[in-house]
Every structure is written in structure tokens, then in C-alpha cells.
Design a protein around this ligand. Sequence first.
Ligand SMILES: NC(=O)c1ccc[n+]([C@@H]2O[C@H](COP(=O)([O-])OP(=O)(O)OC[C@H]3O[C@@H](n4cnc5c(N)ncnc54)[C@H](O)[C@@H]3O)[C@@H](O)[C@H]2O)c1
Length: 336
Amino acid sequence: MRLLVTGGAGFIGSNFIRYWLEKYGEDEIFNLDLLTYAGNLENLAGLDDAYGRRYGFTLGSITDTDFVDRLFSQFKPDVIVNFAAESHNSRAILNPTIFFQTNLIGTQTLLDVAQKYEISRFHHVSTCEIYGDLPLNSAETFSEQTSYRPNTPYSASKAGADLAVLAYHQTFGLPVTISVCCNNYGPYQNIEKLIPLFISKAICNQPLTLYKSSQNKREWLAVEDHCRAIDLIIRQGKSGERYNVGSQTEKSVEEIADSILQILGKPQSLKTYVPDRPGHDRRYLLDSRKIQQELGWKLETDFETGLKNTVGWYINHRQWWQQSQSSQIREDRWGK
Ligand SMILES: NC(=O)c1ccc[n+]([C@@H]2O[C@H](COP(=O)([O-])OP(=O)(O)OC[C@H]3O[C@@H](n4cnc5c(N)ncnc54)[C@H](O)[C@@H]3O)[C@@H](O)[C@H]2O)c1
């Protein structure tokens, strides 16, 4: 099989490429990435040597129709897996435009070209944030039938992309699937995101900045469990369907900070509190029974083990994350 992976130099995309090349010895992957501040070719170091002509990279944007068309005509992918996105909610408050250009128009550009070349599957990677948020203490969850109710420019741009994917299926018969996933953690995640940010700060004995609403919860999934879910959906999922992928493991931001400080043996006094981010969702929780029952997916990495492994990875890859430190944005500016 020939896969075109977009955004493969980012966090989940690079983990997915490593996972797939190792698991499927015959398959070829071409990685299309614009290498924004979030893309890092170091995430894919060693793949050329390990896999030779089975892995290739090209620099470009999913919003560039001519470029994407040329790539399809040369590489002739069977499957496209679309990870490429602007992915950081806090940045979307500062510059919403780029989020809609990349996440919505970029996805629609890929859909157009995919339709022209008659690919066998367009898999789109989405987020639980499309469903809006839940009260902190409720028994409610988001199922695949839950209406879209995004609250931020990031989640609205992702929701728009999902609807475009489904519309190309309904209108043109394009074979599509969507995975709707909760928060991921693991190796190669940019340190602007919560878990690597707290790990890197704690390692350096710097303050861990928590929003005032630090009891807000997120559902956490190890990135390799997400990769396995996408694999199953591509191979066995039904065209036109959406699959939620969640762990049922909820942790508040405060709990994450406490766990990381405890694993690293650092003091609680490193925690500091700043004004909240506008539109800060309280909680998301996915009902993932569909992928479990229909495709047999199940969680393999529990949060405690996954977090310890992740902390270990960041301790051992200090040079990798120190290089990206300069791209961080300040999380303490909302009250100013
Ligand atoms: N990280 C999570 O917890 C999470 C959870 C659910 C869903 N998702 C979704 O998964 C996908 C990947 O997330 P991530 O955390 O790996 O993101 P990331 O920010 O680490 O990586 C995004 C990648 O997309 C590339 N990119 C950006 N604009 C591009 C463009 N115009 N053309 C080509 N490439 C471009 C970047 O260079 C980068 O390599 C996103 O679609 C995100 O919405 C992420």
C-alpha cells in the first residue's frame, strides 16, 4: 500500500509514520509537511537509512492545489492520512485566520485532489473539541451522534474540516473515514503542549504555569494507542463513518502537574497560577464503544505507565526539546 501522510513531521504524524513503517514491511509512505514551527524533521531522523525508498519527504502546503496535484500524480497514493493542521488552541486566539486556511481550506484542497485521483481511502484526523465542552461533574459523554458545537477558532476549523470530509463522501462518493481523538501524549510532542511543557519546566526547575481553572479536565491517550486506532480504521473501518478514540482516563491540569512533579521528585512550590485563557473548555469525554465493539480496538497503555515513559523520553531527549523552546508562547498574557 502507498500512503500519503500530511503533517508527518509533527507529533502524532511522526509517531504514526514510525509505527506504520515498522509494522507493514511492504508499504511505502510519502510525508508532505510545510515544516511550520510545529514540524521538525528530527522527529523522523533515521528513517531514510532504516527504510530507504519506502519513506520519502516533501516540503509543501496542503493548501497549494497545484503542488498537491503534482504529488498525487507522481506518488499515486492508495490512502491519504491527514494530520496536517495548526493544532494549538492558544495560538488560534492570536491568529485565527491561519487555522481556517490550513485546517479547513487545506483539507478541502486535499479532498478535491483525492477525488480526482480516485484514492481508496481518505482518512482524516479530528479532535474531541469539535463537540464543545461538558460540565465538570456530569455523567454525559460525546458519542458519534453528538452534534458539533465547537467553542474556539481551532475547534471550529477542525469541525468545518470534518463536515467537508463527510460532504465529499455524501456528494461525490469519496471513500472517507474520520478518527475523533482525545488529548494525546508521548514522544516528539512540541513543548508548547501541556505535558511536555510541564515536564521540561520541571526538569529545569522553572515554574509550572497553571490557569486559574486548573480543575478543568482532559481525557488522555498514549499516542501509540491512537496510531493503532487509525490503523484499524483504515483497514477495517466503514467508509463514511466517524470513530471516537478515547481512553476514559480523565485528569485535571492540576493532577498532571502533581504527577509530573512527583515522578521527577520536584517540589509542589513550582506550581504558579495565571488568568484563564478565553474560551477555555472545561471538559471533554468521548464514548469510544463504537471502535471497541466494531473494530476491536482497546487501550493498551495505562496513563501512569505512559506518563512515566514519556517523562523518561523527555529526560533522554533534552537536546531535541531545547531546540524548540524558542517557539513557545507565553500562557500568562490573557489578563493583560
Ligand atoms: N495532539 C493532540 O492531542 C490531538 C488530539 C486530537 C486530534 N489531533 C489532531 O491530530 C493532528 C496532528 O496533531 P499534532 O498534535 O501532531 O499536531 P502538530 O502541531 O504537532 O503537527 C502538525 C503538523 O502539520 C504541519 N503543517 C501545518 N500546516 C501545514 C500545511 N499547510 N501543509 C502541510 N503541513 C502543515 C506542521 O508543520 C506539523 O508538522 C491535527 O490535525 C490535530 O488537530 C491532535
